[in-house]
Design a protein around this ligand. Structure first.
Ligand SMILES: Cc1cc2nc3c(=O)[nH]c(=O)nc-3n(C[C@H](O)[C@H](O)[C@H](O)COP(=O)(O)O)c2cc1C
Length: 488
């Protein structure tokens, strides 16, 4: 690949700079949340009949830690009950929390910044017993599919994806999209980052569940934006395609699908209104446009082979099954100061950052941390490579709290993990799209950290942060993408 020009006016960096949090920006913010116009958290198609998902296939009980790092369990048929297991546990409703004076909150199986749930899930299916070939929307509200477009979608996926083989072979490809207004409503332009973080949370579940059922899966970011948007029936602005996840492409070897000669024709099913005063943020539209791919040739150019996994398979420090872990997960609202074990911490980091099947071909997430209460590890700050390398010592609880936007959870955690990405490096080899990949990669690693923490019987929460303060503290050129706090 050629070197890309990433000079000072480089747009994704401009977006990133514009949406940084700092003690000054947070204190001078004048944004008022309009509670009377909170966007609907579910997309609904009033004219389409629901196709209820059947009871999901039985639990695999496959260890969550191994599943998180995409080690494969016993192969299963990818039939409709198995598809139900993948969808409902990846992105379904976990419980409903009443909200005095407001709408109830439908908490999902994945963590989501502010519980605003801006991500929609679609399924491209080549046809299976009980489900004709077509493109479907998955609604977590009623655990049902709705048929948006009949017929085998794979020729269009192959074309939009620059003929990467997996979406052409897979019996099922899950497509995630983001509705920026659902998160911009509260977080304004910074909410564009959330689309990738929250997608990463779903992906951590989906990739792990796929692995537990013995199905191959990978994250594909190399697609022609407007072609995938058209296939799904969205406009690319008020709802935008995030990624594709072909599942089970290694299983039946069907490789005779030929890419479509032209993009799919538009579809336009009426959907219920999101809110009364929906607005668009120019910074978001621009960041999305600048990181877009415009032709199958550009999508082809983006794609990389999976990166070589030169690390030894991490030891499994917990055996709890993936389904149990997902059902048990929930973001901790408080941490005791009880220590976690060093091997737990190392296991969580190793499994979360181990192999990721994706089309960007390199590790984009590094981990640095502040250890407050880790048995076997002196309190201090560390960079996590093969080993934990100490870079500062002493009690850093106040510092950790400050870096996490002055939230107590950041200081009370046993360990506060900062997920960093060198955006400049990534952009110089992969180009503007790498900005999406860096955010998404961090989201997946954070989602895996949740799974691994709960597998160890610990708790976790995602946290937001003061961007440049984190960078300065760790004396790094890499930018913080996300924070995960761990503890009891
Ligand atoms: C990317 C991300 C960022 C988050 N940031 C914060 C945060 O700054 N402060 C906080 O208290 N919780 C944060 N959370 C936790 C969410 O509020 C929580 O996931 C959401 O309320 C749903 O609840 P649940 O995780 O228990 O299902 C974050 C979660 C994610 C995924």
């Amino acid at each position: 690949m050629t070197e890309h020009d990433t000079g000072p006016g480089y747009q994704p960096f401009r977006y990133h700079e514009l949406t940084k949090h700092s003690p000054v920006s947070v204190r001078s913010g004048s944004h008022r949340i309009d509670w009377s116009d909170q966007p609907e958290p579910f997309k609904s198609y009033p004219d389409l009949s629901p196709i209820p998902l059947p009871d999901r296939s039985r639990d695999t009980g496959f260890p969550a830690m191994r599943a998180a790092s995409q080690q494969l369990g016993e192969p299963r048929d990818l039939d409709l009950p198995e598809l139900a297991r993948l969808l409902v546990l990846s992105a379904g409703v976990r419980r409903v929390r009443s909200n005095p004076g407001g709408k109830p909150v439908y908490l999902r199986t994945y963590a989501c910044a502010g519980a605003l749930y801006p991500i929609e899930v679609y399924v491209a299916c080549a046809g299976m017993e009980g489900l004709e070939a077509g493109l479907y929307h998955y609604s977590p509200l009623d655990d049902a599919l709705r048929l948006l477009r009949p017929g085998d979608p794979r020729p269009y996926l192959l074309r939009a994806g620059g003929e990467r083989p997996s979406p052409g072979r897979a019996p099922v490809t899950v497509i995630l999209t983001g509705i920026p207004w659902r998160t911009n409503w509260k977080y304004r332009a910074r909410g564009y980052r959330h689309l990738y973080w929250d997608s990463g949370m779903i992906l951590a579940n989906l990739l792990a569940l796929s692995a537990s059922g013995g199905h191959s899966s990978e994250v594909v970011l190399g697609f022609v934006d407007h072609e995938l948007d058209t296939l799904v029936g969205i406009d690319g602005r008020s709802e935008m395609s995030i990624c594709m996840v072909p599942i089970g492409y290694g299983e039946d070897g069907t490789s005779r699908i030929v890419a479509a000669a032209s993009p799919a024709s538009p579809i336009d099913h009426p959907t219920a209104k999101l809110s009364s005063r929906q607005r668009e943020y120019d910074e978001v539209v621009e960041a999305h446009r600048q990181t877009g791919l415009r032709s199958p040739a550009e999508a082809r150019f983006w794609q990389q082979a999976p990166y070589p996994n030169d690390a030894p398979v991490p030891p499994n420090v917990a055996l709890t099954g993936i389904e149990k872990v997902i059902r048990r997960r929930g973001s901790k609202r408080e941490f005791t100061h009880e220590p976690v074990l060093r091997e737990e911490l190392e296991g969580i980091i190793a499994h979360s950052t181990y192999e990721l099947n994706c089309d960007w071909g390199r590790r984009l997430t590094q981990v640095a941390l502040i250890a407050n209460a880790v048995e076997g590890l002196k309190p201090g700050a560390y960079a996590a490579g093969w080993d934990l390398e100490q870079i500062a010592s002493g009690n850093l609880r106040q510092k950790a709290r400050f870096l996490c936007l002055e939230q107590d959870l950041g200081g009370d955690a046993a360990a506060t993990l900062f997920l960093l990405s060198n955006l400049q490096d990534a952009a110089s080899t992969l180009g503007p799209r790498s900005y999406r990949a860096a955010q998404l990669n961090a989201g997946i690693v954070a989602g895996r950290m949740y799974l691994c923490a709960y597998a160890c019987g610990l708790g976790a929460t995602g946290l937001t942060f003061y961007d440049d303060e984190v960078r300065r503290f760790f004396q790094t050129e890499a930018e913080p993408m996300l924070v995960v706090a761990l503890g009891h």
